[in-house]
Ligand binder design. Structure first.
Ligand SMILES: Cc1cc2nc3c(=O)[nH]c(=O)nc-3n(C[C@H](O)[C@H](O)[C@H](O)COP(=O)(O)OP(=O)(O)OC[C@H]3O[C@@H](n4cnc5c(N)ncnc54)[C@H](O)[C@@H]3O)c2cc1C
Length: 476
């Protein structure tokens, strides 16, 4: 039996699991998909927001500012790329400039340091590709970027290295409580017993709460589409560029990513399900707005488009509290933007303020917060490459030519915590398949390596879980 079970392997559940793994507790993470980080945490802008957007006094404001301050250390410990590139909210009119003043005041009340309003000339000197129509900006020095799935995977891997259990393909469909102990059932009749449950199921969190009789909130879906440009375009902007927010929201952004790509988006469309398809209408809106923000956006370097679904809550703020409907059940729900930024601070609060009220927390003497950074072979010098190949010949075999990913890196992704058991899981850990050809060349080799390493038959290897098998039958 577990002391604490976290439902949902996104960045919030992942960082909570990691924090809990620093205590002497038996803990487990349940995730319905074939890999961790398959919800909102996979497909978002990756912005570490400064904290001037959320209204003062809200949980969003509180955890955003705290999370922003914790992100660099968290990323360093977990070996995850983080860049403090700073953000600019760009004004295109006198009206926008007034809004920037209000945002600055709000940010300062929220505790954001280093906010400054810059004029059009200064803006153009630090962002040469900005539109000629821009008249000024709110500059936030503490804005940053991080890779959201690298962070989530590393947090869960670090928790597992410190003793946490992970159960993939565990779709929670029923929860019973007997004698103070929860019994959690999956849709394929697996079961897990636990004293405490933390609900971090994102878009599925309303259903999970309903299973223990908690009907206190509603979760809806809002889709955001993106366009991603090749790494040749990463230096097109130097900061994350936002439009001045209106009543309709923040609009799309233009930003580099930690891997050197250029990201444009997201749109915002209310949806009934968790559909993550992209549409020609959505992509056209992004292109139009990006062209309003910057001159000569290099759309010809587009390599892919994708979408994520925000789990927004009818309470319009994060809900991070003990459920009033069931003892020892904690909700961390409605965690839409800035949830990625806030996650390290949410994790600390949940462990130290909520779980500690339910069970005695004793620090684990052998807890190691550090996770060795993945070896990205392409970033090594020729000398270092030769030394690595000398030790292990599999690093001398390039599998993904676009991103220069070696067999050795793919084997490590399959063997490390949490194991990469699908082609997309390997892609998120190594970048194999993320380049210009988008996996057209390397996909069969990646599948073969997963099969060889795990013993899963080749025809059962999937792209991203059940129903996405790569092979459907023999042709000869
Ligand atoms: C388009 C978009 C842009 C964003 N941009 C930013 C940004 O730039 N900066 C920022 O700070 N935040 C941003 N966010 C918000 C941020 O991504 C989220 O706040 C954060 O990822 C929420 O993490 P989570 O762990 O709560 O949810 P999720 O990542 O959605 O994880 C929930 C997990 O629960 C699992 N699950 C669901 N139901 C069940 C079940 N029945 N059984 C088992 N498992 C289940 C899911 O498969 C999923 O893996 C953005 C979000 C979106 C969608």
């Amino acid at each position: 039996m577990y002391d604490v079970t976290v439902i949902g392997g996104g960045v919030v559940g992942g960082l909570i699991l990691r924090k809990l793994s620093s205590y002497d507790l038996k803990i487990c993470l349940l995730e319905k998909s074939s890999d961790v980080c398959m919800g909102q945490s996979k497909a978002n802008s990756g912005i570490v927001h400064a904290g001037f957007d959320a209204k003062e006094g809200t949980l969003k404001a509180k955890f955003n500012v705290l999370g922003n301050k914790m992100m660099q250390k968290t990323a360093e410990e977990l070996g995850v790329k983080y860049i403090n590139n700073g953000s600019l909210v760009v004004a295109f009119s006198e009206y926008d400039l007034k809004t920037l003043e209000e945002l600055k005041i709000r940010g300062e009340k929220n505790g954001v340091g280093g906010l400054e309003i810059i004029d059009g000339e200064t803006l153009k000197s630090i962002e040469p590709n900005i539109s000629d129509n821009a008249v000024g900006a709110l500059y936030a020095k503490s804005g940053g970027i991080v890779c959201p799935y690298e962070l989530t995977i590393a947090a869960i891997g670090n928790a597992m290295d410190n003793g946490a259990d992970l159960k993939l393909d565990f779709n929670v469909v029923k929860i019973e409580k007997n004698g103070g102990i929860f019994c959690i059932f999956s849709d394929n009749s697996e079961r897990v017993e636990t004293k405490i449950i933390i609900n971090c199921a994102g878009i599925g969190s309303e259903k999970i709460a309903n299973l223990v009789g908690d009907y206190s909130f509603k979760i809806g879906g809002r889709k955001g589409e993106y366009i991603l440009l090749d790494r040749e375009s990463g230096n097109f902007v130097n900061h994350t560029l936002f439009f001045t927010p209106t009543e309709k929201g923040k609009g799309i952004l233009v930003s580099g990513t930690v891997d050197g790509n250029l990201l444009l988006g997201p749109t915002a469309e209310e949806i009934e399900n968790d559909d993550v398809s992209t549409t020609s209408e959505g992509l056209s809106v992004i292109m139009k707005k990006a062209s309003e923000m910057c001159k000569n956006v290099p759309f010809y370097n587009t390599i892919t488009s994708f979408a994520g679904v925000r789990a927004y809550c009818d309470k319009h703020d994060f809900i991070i509290e003990k459920s009033k409907a069931a003892d020892n059940f904690i909700n961390c729900v409605g965690i839409e933007s800035p949830g990625l930024t806030s996650a390290p601070a949410i994790a600390e609060y949940v462990a130290e303020e909520l779980v500690s009220d339910m069970i005695k927390l004793t620090k684990k003497a052998c807890f190691n917060p550090v996770r060795r950074a993945d070896c990205f072979f392409r970033n090594l010098s020729d000398e270092e490459k030769n030394a690595v190949i000398e030790k292990d010949r599999s690093f001398g075999h390039i599998v993904c030519r676009c991103e220069k990913v070696t067999e050795g890196e793919i084997i490590a992704a399959v063997r490390n915590n949490p194991p990469a058991l699908t082609v997309d899981a390997v892609k998120r850990r190594t970048r194999a398949g993320m380049g210009r050809c988008q996996g057209g060349f390397c996909q069969p080799s990646v599948a073969e390596i997963i099969s060889r390493e795990t013993g899963i038959p080749f025809d059962k290897i999937t792209k991203c879980g059940k129903g996405s098998e790569l092979l459907v039958g023999k042709t000869k």
